[in-house]
Design a protein around this ligand. Structure first.
Ligand SMILES: [Zn+2]
Ligand SMILES: [Zn+2]
Ligand SMILES: [Zn+2]
Length: 366
């Protein structure tokens, strides 16, 4: 193989390696070869101080990416001695120029980061963005601490891997992280619209068909850049639960539901057709013991007349569950490989184990 071919091959390999570092696949992430891991000491804790972590992460990423051309040169110095790169004044003009540009790229990136970090990060693009989000009296630091506090809560919605693009929705903020930036909007002044969907017949991770949704987040505040969040349609329900405003679906895109959501819809449909259960005066209704949030609204009451052996049995428990929790319990007790059988199957009462079918689940009449 000629020397040129060797250098060409090495260059290709190096470019490939850099691409992997910039957009790490799952294997790289699990091996810890990410900016977040390499600089973890300097980055600090994301949970304690989300915004400052993002300042440092974007800065580290910029510097890390800026040394790639220089590292390439150093590799050639080591592995291609005939190019005489160790003594740059002896090599060709091409390599001299290359070295100069590589050093300039690294120096400019370092200068940019130095500029960002002046006055406790006042000049960072994310700090500028936060300034647009703050009211007149407060500084961007007040907005940052509000975001930090909400990020620490465990009930936030997150989608995506920590090392890549991530969507984070807290009680009042919608955020999307990217390589050198994070997009932030306040829940109270955004319009959300489903702008498109993509269907992929085979997912790389789960080997099944998946649907991805693109949702445009447009802020009323003109100074903030609009952005698009992209997520698996199975996460859509969880996202909308966390959002305060509705997501517009002007193009009537059919959002694919997860199996349990589809089942829950069918379950609700069937139960609403069943006769209602009139609550005897001595029976009381508490909050559902499954979710501790909704009031119990159903009673198991044997109504079907199935003559089969091992058929349904009357349950004498007082109402303790809401429809959603009972639906989830029902689907969890079914054969997960055969969802088409679920609607006709039976399930034991979560408390007394009496078998019931979907015809025996009744809404309570107050
Ligand atoms: Zn419940
Ligand atoms: Zn029971
Ligand atoms: Zn039954």
């Amino acid at each position: 193989m000629t020397e040129d071919a060797l250098i060409g091959l090495f260059t290709l390999f190096y470019l490939f390696f850099c691409t992997l570092l910039v957009a790490p696949p799952t294997e790289f992430v699990s091996a810890g070869l990410t900016v977040q891991n390499l600089f973890s000491h300097w980055l600090g804790s994301e949970d304690l101080n989300f915004v400052y972590y993002q300042f440092r992460r974007t800065s580290a990423t910029l510097i890390f990416h800026s040394i790639f051309p220089l590292v390439y040169f150093l590799c050639l110095v080591l592995f291609q001695p005939q190019l005489k790169l160790l003594t740059p004044w002896n090599t060709s003009f091409f390599w001299q120029l290359y070295l100069l540009i590589s050093i300039l790229i690294f120096l400019s990136a370092s200068l940019v980061v130095f500029y960002w970090s002046r006055n406790k990060w006042d000049n960072h693009p994310i700090a500028r963005e936060l300034t647009h989000l703050s009211s007149n009296e407060e500084s961007w630091r007040a907005v940052a601490s509000s975001i930090n506090i909400e990020f620490r809560r465990i009930d936030k919605f997150t989608s995506g891997i920590p090392t890549g693009r991530r969507i984070i929705v807290t009680d009042s903020w919608v955020m999307k992280t990217s390589t050198y930036y994070i997009y932030i909007a306040h829940q109270n002044d955004i319009h959300l619209t489903i702008s498109g969907s993509e269907d992929h017949s085979v997912s790389y991770e789960s080997m099944t068909s998946v649907q991805y949704l693109n949702i445009d987040v447009i802020s009323i505040n003109q100074k903030l850049k609009p952005f698009t969040i992209r997520l698996n349609s199975l996460e859509y329900k969880e996202l909308t639960d966390k959002l305060q405003s509705p997501v517009r679906n002007a193009r009537n895109i059919v959002v694919r539901q997860s199996l349990s959501e589809q089942f829950l819809d069918a379950f609700r449909e069937q139960v609403s057709q069943n006769p209602k259960f009139r609550l005897p005066p001595h029976m009381e209704v508490d909050t559902c013991i499954g979710c501790m949030q909704k009031e119990s609204d159903i009673k198991l009451n044997k109504l079907c007349d199935d003559p089969e052996v091992g058929a349904c049995v009357q349950c004498y428990c007082r109402p303790m569950w809401c429809l959603e929790c009972m639906g989830k319990w029902f689907s969890s007790r079914q054969d997960q490989q055969h969802p088409e059988m679920w609607l006709g199957n039976r399930c034991p009462c979560p408390t007394c184990r009496a078998a019931f079918c979907m015809l025996d689940v009744c809404f309570i009449e107050k």
